[in-house]
Design a protein around this ligand. Structure first.
Ligand code: ADP
Ligand code: MG
Length: 439
């Protein structure tokens, strides 16, 4: 039996059914907070968003907006006065903030679980303790640790232990000689204190998948179908969610692994578990867990148009104690991320190519059947910034693929060779019986 890590779990239910129009508090007003707020409002709830950025995407639509830092004492008091439940849209909110709010309100996810997801070394050791495989790794806290890194971890990827996202805070390290330079590159602290890092072995990837699940306070668990994710320059480019696209044995295994983790952590809320599917016939395990996110995830955005319930409704349901019913997928779907680069680069959906940022001409994309545009209301486009996403649905995967090809051409993205992930067919029998050990 794996241990329950969340020893702070209360004995009295903290998330009993709370009817609308009660107020839901959201820490963070980015796109995830905004889509949660929209969902909460659809179900009749009111929303209070706390975010230090006055222009946060969720600021304009929430009934209450607190523009303060995440550890601002007066701001947190104000939030707990107006909201009856609190959740977070990102994992880097101080765990102390969640702990403090949980003394007065129902909070999901717990500070204990968020703390795990904030630290890559703690995250990996926790996943291992649950009996699940991770990439071989070595924590490096100071220059003195550099000499002790095992040679078999090269080539590797050096990552900052905390605060990395979308491939930021990562450097590929081809060999041991390159490690001190890579470590120096990731040192960002102005006071000279070393920035802790973790070196991971760079694994040969066949594919990347994610599982998004929701677990209620009472332990009920439901999940979305497995997503197959493609990245470009460390940022999610697309998620492909076609029924039968992933070998059923593998799909079941990944869902079971995500559920094992959620149960062992006594996790309450929406949890995303990212997996690497390995392209290595000799690996001890055919897949490893990459990382977890204690919230809805970019790879689950398809659910807004492809499933009977979106990941944001799942998050809301856990928070207000509504029942978790099984999620059915009604349409095959591909989600394409829309980055700020589209506001500059010449493409068919731009009316002219100039140096000034220009809103893409969405008219031509939306003229294609089955395209669903979600823009996050960000006032300023920047390269690499997530501005929105496009969900593409149809009756069949073939029809989705056809529309995806047209969308990529209109967006000027077809030369990347990305979009629809290849089928993860039953080419490896080992998928049916993965070894739960560290490779
Ligand atoms: P982030 O927190 O920025 O999402 P990840 O650890 O998920 O960081 O890394 C981003 C991407 O980099 C992954 O989705 C994957 O494409 C690649 N990557 C990360 N770690 C490894 C690894 N150990 N081996 C191979 N590729 C990796
Ligand atoms: Mg990731």
């Amino acid at each position: 039996m794996t241990p329950a890590f969340d020893s702070t779990a209360p004995t009295e239910p903290a998330l009993a059914y709370l009817p609308p129009p009660a107020c839901i508090g959201v820490l963070g007003g980015g796109q995830l907070g905004r889509m949660l707020a929209q969902t909460a409002q659809t179900l009749g709830y009111t929303v209070a968003v706390l975010d230090p950025d006055a222009n946060a995407p969720a600021s304009s639509l929430s009934e209450h907006f607190l523009c303060v830092d995440y550890s601002d004492d007066a701001g947190l008091t104000a939030l707990s006065q107006v909201a009856e439940r609190v959740t977070t849209e990102f994992e880097n909110v101080p765990a102390m903030t969640l702990e403090r709010l949980a003394r007065e309100l129902g909070v999901s996810p717990s500070a204990a679980c968020v703390r795990i997801a904030q630290d890559r070394v703690l995250e990996k050791t926790t996943i291992q303790a649950c009996g699940l495989p991770v990439a071989p790794f070595w924590g490096i806290e100071s220059h003195a640790d550099l000499a002790h890194v095992p040679a078999q971890l090269f080539p590797g990827i050096l990552k900052t232990t905390r605060l990395g996202y979308d491939g930021k805070g990562q450097v590929v390290v081809p060999n041991a000689q390159a490690l001190p330079g890579a470590f120096a590159l990731l040192q960002a602290s102005p006071d000279g204190a070393p920035t802790a890092c973790v070196l991971e072995k760079k694994l040969p990837l066949q594919a990347e998948c994610s599982v998004i699940l929701a677990r209620s306070e009472g332990g009920a668990c439901v999940h979305l179908p497995v997503q197959v994710n493609q990245h470009h320059q460390g940022v999610l480019f697309s998620s492909t969610v076609f029924p039968g696209w992933v070998d059923p044995g593998l799909e079941q295994t990944l869902q079971n692994a995500a559920q094992t983790l959620a149960q062992a952590l006594n996790y309450v809320g929406v949890l995303c578990v990212e997996f690497f599917i390995l392209d290595d016939a000799n690996a001890t395990a055919p897949w490893v867990v990459n990382e977890i996110a204690p919230r809805p995830h970019n790879s689950g955005h398809h659910s807004l148009n492809s499933c009977s319930m979106s990941q944001f409704e799942l998050q809301l349901r856990v928070l207000v104690g509504l029942p978790l019913t099984p999620v059915a997928q009604h349409s095959p779907c591909v989600m394409l991320n829309l980055l700020g680069d589209l506001w500059w680069d010449p493409s068919a959906v731009r009316t002219n190519a100039s140096n000034a940022p220009q809103e893409p001409d969405w008219w031509r994309l939306l003229a294609l059947p089955g395209t669903h545009l979600h823009l996050y209301g960000k006032k300023e486009a920047r390269r690499g910034r997530k501005m929105g996403h496009l969900n593409i649905t149809a009756d069949t995967p073939e029809a989705v693929m056809n529309t995806v090809a047209q969308c990529l051409a209109l967006l000027g993205l077809e030369s990347l060779g990305l979009g629809v992930a290849p089928r993860l067919g039953p080419t490896r029998t080992a998928w049916d019986s993965p070894t739960h050990g560290v490779p």
